[in-house]
Write a protein that binds this ligand. Structure first.
Ligand code: SF4
Length: 359
């Protein structure tokens, strides 16, 4: 084992983070093994999201669906509803598809090899490596953003990302031991999350500061070097918050495929990642006394969306004409993505903060 690996495992034994999906080193020593379902669920949730944001969602999912088979038996709508707020809804749809496949084709057992895991919906290179390593203790290099930062600093890799990725992976693979590879991957992640942070890394208490090339340059924050970011394109559109005489709000479903597929929304104009939608009040989906209710901005991975929000009270169209009415009290039960929650909150500021009674 390389000295860096040994030091990091020792540090991990004493300082690892307590996470609801994690088996601690002491539990592992007593023979407890990781549950691939929990590791998979956490890894899919953690894509593009922080540990703190994921914890309550993870706990709620596990309470509701404690096994992969129970998740497979759930409806897609229920899964989307439980996922609402985590963003990137294609991941929730793939989560369900993956649960179905593991349940139907693999008899409820995840395959262990990264190459087999990658054949499942929603599992890419990173997730496959993380599950193979953490759930099955296989010596595969796991490289997330934290690990990228630690490796580029340890070896002072000055090639900008993403060109530096192959070199980072090679170094991580060289450090990954055959014994306790899953704990080692988690040790690197924890070091990046708690000590080797993007700003002001705590090098004084770092267990591998003797081995760190970036520290010798006296400017560890210089690493990792990133290629300059391109500005995100801005797209425009409008959203219409219709309220009924019974204090209900009108929702409809987005198309099954594409951005936010299958999620609930208030009626909006036809914006996409590539084209603007109409922003004018005249684009309202049905007659009413529409009034401007402000603007919201939401940043997606590839573009920024700016929506003009309009509101109308006393709208009296029927459910079933492409949408449905929901009591404001029950809005939290709908699979509303964050952008739609922002749109509704612009028109009804307390829509998600306090229980409302019908007027
Ligand atoms: S010494 Fe500092 S820069 Fe180097 S790995 Fe440790 S925390 Fe990161």
């Amino acid at each position: 084992m390389q000295p860096i690996t040994t030091k990091l495992l020792k540090w991990y034994d004493a300082h690892h983070r307590i996470l609801p999906w994690r088996i601690s080193p002491s539990e592992r020593a007593k023979g407890r093994i990781a549950d691939p379902y929990r590791i998979w669920l956490s890894e899919i949730m953690l894509q593009q999201t922080t540990v703190e944001a994921v914890k309550p969602y993870f706990n709620a999912f596990i309470k509701k669906w404690p096994t992969i088979k129970s998740l497979a038996a759930a409806s897609q709508d229920d899964v989307l509803r439980a996922w609402a707020g985590l963003g990137y809804y294609s991941r929730a749809r793939n989560l369900k598809k993956c649960a179905d496949m593991v349940s139907d084709i693999h008899g409820g057992q995840f395959p262990s090899a990264a190459s087999d895991l990658k054949t499942l919906p929603g599992i890419g290179d990173y997730s496959a490596a993380a599950i193979a390593s953490i759930a099955f203790d296989l010596p595969v290099a796991v490289v997330d953003g934290n690990v990228e930062r630690v490796i580029t600093r340890l070896y002072a890799i000055a090639t900008p990302l993403p060109s530096a990725k192959p070199a980072i992976r090679a170094q991580m693979q060289a450090l990954t031991p055959n014994e306790r590879p899953g704990d080692f991957a988690q040790a690197m992640m924890d070091l990046g999350a708690t000590i080797c942070t993007p700003k002001r890394p705590a090098c004084v208490i770092c267990p591998v500061n003797d081995n760190c090339q970036a520290l010798k340059t006296r400017d560890p924050e210089f690493f990792p070097v990133k290629a300059p970011k391109k500005d995100k394109p801005v797209r425009l559109g409008a959203a219409f918050v219709a309220i009924s005489p019974d204090n209900e709000i009108y929702l409809q479903s987005r198309a099954e495929t594409g951005l936010l597929g299958g999620m609930a929304e208030v009626p909006t104009t036809a914006w996409t990642a590539r084209i603007d939608g109409n922003t004018e009040i005249e684009a309202a989906p049905f007659p009413g006394t529409w009034t401007p209710a402000g603007n919201i901005t939401h940043v997606f991975t590839h573009f920024e969306l700016r929506l003009s929000i309009y509101k109308a009270d006393h709208i009296a169209i029927k459910s079933g004409t492409g949408g449905w009415w929901v009591k404001l009290d029950n809005l939290h039960e709908e699979a509303l993505p964050t952008v739609m929650k922002k749109a509704i909150a612009a028109a009804i500021p307390d829509a998600f903060t306090k229980r409302r009674k019908p007027e």
